[in-house]
Write a protein that binds this ligand. Structure first.
Ligand code: JDN
Length: 272
């Protein structure tokens, strides 16, 4: 996969040389090219922003540098190469989910355009929307200063899905949010050696060698955690994903099926 990033803070993308993404690049599994947007400015001060039409606070990124930069990046594609998907981080975008990460991981070329200030002149998104698959994407409901950190998040989520990038030690299957894997439950707690640390032991069941009991305990813990931290995931889950034991635990936690079969809170919340 090829990934281009156009930004006014190329050094913000240096983490893409480290760890999983850095190793994928070193192995030739991922071709990441970071570009400085200011290379496509022509004035003495390398201006990339201007005041918003209609007034209001903040500044808007000018269309011309983005247009020249994106034309150059798109043009740099090899003859016969597919066009890139353009990924635009913005708090007004569609949520970035594991499902979108999987979809993007199946593309051959992604171009990210992290903005600063109040974002990019709308005409840039319209212009490239006429020629490319453009995705305006938000990584979550909080306020950042620009799209660079979201690019780091999205590139890592996509890169680890590429064939051969994850080692056996990591591997996808049980990821919280991996579609299908664990019926959209969060993962429960994990433990390793030593068996006692600062007077704290580990749950006996994990030492029992009883694989069936261990699997059941892990699922119970996953359900407890999901009820506590992400009740919305229980509410939206397909109730067919819950077996008899799941329903027992859910009932103990005050959850049961409503008229449509989906689960909701039916009794007061239970402490920890
Ligand atoms: O959360 B974000 O993706 C984000 C993007 C931009 C921003 C602030 C936050 N300002 C300009 C783009």
């Amino acid at each position: 996969m090829r990934i281009d990033v156009v930004t006014i803070f190329p050094e913000y993308l240096e983490p893409l040389s480290v760890s999983l993404v850095g190793k994928a690049r070193a192995r030739g599994q991922l071709d990441v090219r970071v570009h400085d947007l200011r290379e496509w400015t022509h004035d003495k001060h390398n201006t990339v922003d201007d005041t918003p039409y209609g007034g209001g606070p903040g500044m808007v990124m000018k269309p011309e540098p983005w247009g020249e930069a994106l034309d150059a990046v798109i043009e740099s594609g090899a003859q016969g190469e597919e066009l890139p998907v353009l990924v635009v981080p913005t708090p007004s975008g569609r949520p970035f989910t594991q499902e979108l990460a999987v979809e993007l991981s199946e593309k051959s070329w992604l171009v990210f355009t992290p903005a600063r200030y109040e974002g990019i002149d709308r005409r840039v998104i319209e212009e490239y929307g006429d020629r490319l698959d453009v995705r305006e994407v938000s990584i979550g409901d909080y306020v950042l200063a620009g799209g660079e950190a979201p690019v780091l998040v999205m590139v890592e989520a996509v890169a680890r899905l590429l064939p051969g990038v994850l080692g056996n030690a990591e591997s996808h299957r049980d990821d919280s949010f991996a579609p299908g894997a664990m019926a959209d439950l969060l993962e429960g707690p994990v433990y390793t050696k030593p068996p006692e640390w600062r007077d704290r032991g580990i749950p006996d069941v994990l030492l029992s060698g009883h694989h069936g009991k261990i699997a059941r305990w892990r699922r119970d813990e996953a359900i407890r955690r999901t009820v506590r931290n992400r009740p919305d995931l229980i509410e939206r889950a397909d109730p067919a994903a819950f077996d008899k034991k799941d329903r027992e635990i859910l009932s103990i936690l005050g959850w049961g099926p409503g008229p449509d079969g989906r689960f909701g809170r039916v009794a007061p919340d239970v402490e920890e």
